[in-house]
Design a protein around this ligand. Structure first.
Ligand SMILES: Cc1cc2nc3c(=O)[nH]c(=O)nc-3n(C[C@H](O)[C@H](O)[C@H](O)COP(=O)(O)OP(=O)(O)OC[C@H]3O[C@@H](n4cnc5c(N)ncnc54)[C@H](O)[C@@H]3O)c2cc1C
Length: 530
């Protein structure tokens, strides 16, 4: 079943999570003004999936169901490309659509449970399959509760003076487990239906109780969410983030009971790292698409601001250079997301895994260049974006008319239109929300160090060393002698060649009045459509 945003809001009204925002208890998440921009953003993921012209990217098939792409598990490179397009489309409209974390979590879990079952003869895959069926049938939104409080970063989980800085198993019963601890940063926590609790790191045997993964409904006994408002609700100047925004919550677990059918890892510490890094690989690739959607907003707003200022991008070389730099950054990191799809690998569980090197490089480029994106938007827009009198002045009889005359630039573009774009650029690049977009780009999905570690681990440095040794006719040193350069990546440039998916599913060009779909990528070389 595909829900509408209205159905989604009604479903939130049926649950009673314990949520606090800014020091007060929230009665109804769906009707809470401080969370409204977040509920609106998730609502759009539901409504877009109901639009027939967006169906090719916004919907996927799971058995006999047509499901929302946000909950889909990719099994082909084509699926990965379609996910990128869907997430970019949603984030163009909302800044961050948040719900895509759920699909990334389910994909990683399918891989990990398949692996654990093979190693330990457990039945986690079957439990997960039943859970996924329910998620698909009910069109649920899932949050990812992975980042623990982590306490002292130099200590492992079991060494922490306060064990509750990590979520862990405190009791094992015949009917399930009891967990306690804290997940420090959970996107959309107050307004999802369920949380996937996942480990955030590799574990040792002493950390076995911390190697836990399970699904909990948002209103389960013992769960408390202490959240921030989503976006800038109620602020007059917040033209974008007053409508769409993202809340994050600290999620506290106090002896939360989880029945076995919802448990997907319970002490198999050797598999914690695989689960964490599989999720990270899926999620980093998806983050690329999310931030490309945000970049589209900056590109469009930057161009509109130069137009309203009376400058002509075709002839103002400095401004045009800045715009091209902005485009280069956004399409540059997005291209890494495409490459990660094209060079995906196929996990034994049937999940298509984005290429980790391209995915991590794309996320790293995005994480570090978000600051340049803001700078370039500032450069083309001018200082008015932060100096313009506030919205209340628009209605001041003593000043409004005069300001309108004096601050008009092009005579054919009304003052109101000019300041509208200026406030839009301020909201996205120079407000509290702008700083927020910087930090989510930098740290969401892992810090730059985490990406660099993965690139170093996965990059086939060994192949490059072999290449040069061959050219120098030195012969190749044994890998036992030189561990650091022994990584040789299977699949790429191998004898079988790569499976190249075709272009993402086509989204027809929008009609006037419909939301703008990003123009479709040109068809790339079609090989095996997997
Ligand atoms: C807006 C936003 C939304 C997010 N949404 C989610 C979500 O939905 N679910 C979720 O699970 N997580 C979420 N995250 C969390 C995100 O994954 C983390 O912020 C990220 O992994 C970094 O962890 P941290 O914030 O705890 O930073 P810290 O662990 O405090 O790290 C700070 C810096 O120190 C470095 N560092 C940390 N430990 C060490 C060490 N031992 N040695 C050397 N260097 C170290 C890190 O690389 C980093 O650069 C979100 C984050 C943001 C900002």
């Amino acid at each position: 079943m595909l829900m509408s945003s209205q159905d989604y809001r009604e479903s939130l009204r049926r649950s009673r999570p314990r949520v606090f925002v800014d020091g007060y208890a929230v009665e109804s998440v769906a009707d809470e003004p401080s969370l409204a921009p977040g509920v609106n953003a998730l609502g759009l993921t539901y409504d877009f999936a109901l639009r027939e012209h967006l169906a090719p990217v916004m919907r996927a098939r799971a058995g006999s169901y047509e499901i929302n792409r946000m909950n889909a598990i990719p099994s082909t490179g084509q699926d990965l490309l379609n996910k990128l397009e869907a997430v970019r489309l949603l984030c163009q409209e909302t800044g961050c659509a948040q719900r895509y974390l759920g699909g990334d979590g389910l994909a990683a879990l399918r891989q990990a449970t398949h692996r654990i079952d093979a190693d330990k003869a457990t039945d986690y895959s079957a439990r997960l399959a039943a859970y996924i069926n329910r998620v698909h049938a009910e069109d649920l939104s899932l949050g990812i509760a992975m980042t623990d409080g982590k306490g002292d970063r130099s200590l492992r989980p079991h060494q922490q003076p306060n064990l509750d800085t990590y979520v862990h198993i405190v009791e094992r019963r015949t009917d399930g487990i009891v967990i306690s601890g804290v997940k420090a940063i959970v996107t959309a926590a107050p307004y999802v239906h369920e949380l996937l609790v996942m480990p955030c790191r590799s574990m040792t045997a002493d950390d076995a109780d911390f190697a836990v993964c399970c699904a909990v409904p948002i209103d389960v006994d013992g769960l408390t969410i202490v959240a921030r408002p989503a976006g800038r609700p109620g602020e007059k100047a917040a033209l974008f983030s007053g409508r769409y925004g993202q809340s994050t919550g600290v999620v506290i677990f106090e002896r939360v009971f989880v029945p076995w059918e919802r448990v997907f890892l319970a002490g198999e510490w050797e598999h914690s790292a695989f689960l964490t890094y599989s999720y990270a690989t899926h999620h980093r690739q998806t983050c690329i698409a999310a931030r490309a959607g945000f970049g589209d907003l900056l590109i469009g707003a930057g161009a509109l601001m130069t137009e309203a200022n009376g400058t002509d991008l075709d002839h103002s070389h400095g401004l045009r250079d800045a715009m091209v730099d902005l485009i280069k950054i956004v399409e540059g990191f997005y291209a890494c997301g495409i490459a990660a799809s094209v060079y995906c690998s196929h996990d034994p569980s049937g999940v298509a895994m984005p290429d980790a090197v391209f995915g991590n490089i794309g996320k790293l480029l995005m994480a570090t260049q978000i600051y340049d994106m803001h700078r370039l938007a500032h450069q083309v827009s001018g200082g008015l974006i932060v100096t313009l009198p506030g919205p209340d002045e628009d209605h001041n009889p003593a000043t409004a008319g005069r300001l309108s005359e004096l601050l008009t630039a092009r005579s054919d573009i009304p003052y109101e239109k000019r300041i509208e774009v200026a406030r839009f650029v301020e909201d996205l690049t120079a407000s509290y929300q702008a700083g927020w977009y910087s930090v989510i780009s930098l740290h969401g999905g892992g810090s730059p160090d985490a990406m660099k570690m993965e690139i170093w681990r996965k990059y086939p440095l060994g192949n490059k060393v072999d290449l040069v040794e061959r050219l120098l006719e030195r012969g190749v040193l044994s890998d036992d002698v030189r561990k650091i350069t022994c990584n040789r990546q299977p699949g790429r440039c191998c004898i079988e060649g790569c499976q190249v998916p075709s272009a993402p599913a086509l989204v027809p060009l929008p009609q006037i009045g419909q939301p703008a779909a990003r123009s479709v990528l040109p068809l790339r070389k079609t090989g095996t459509t997997n």
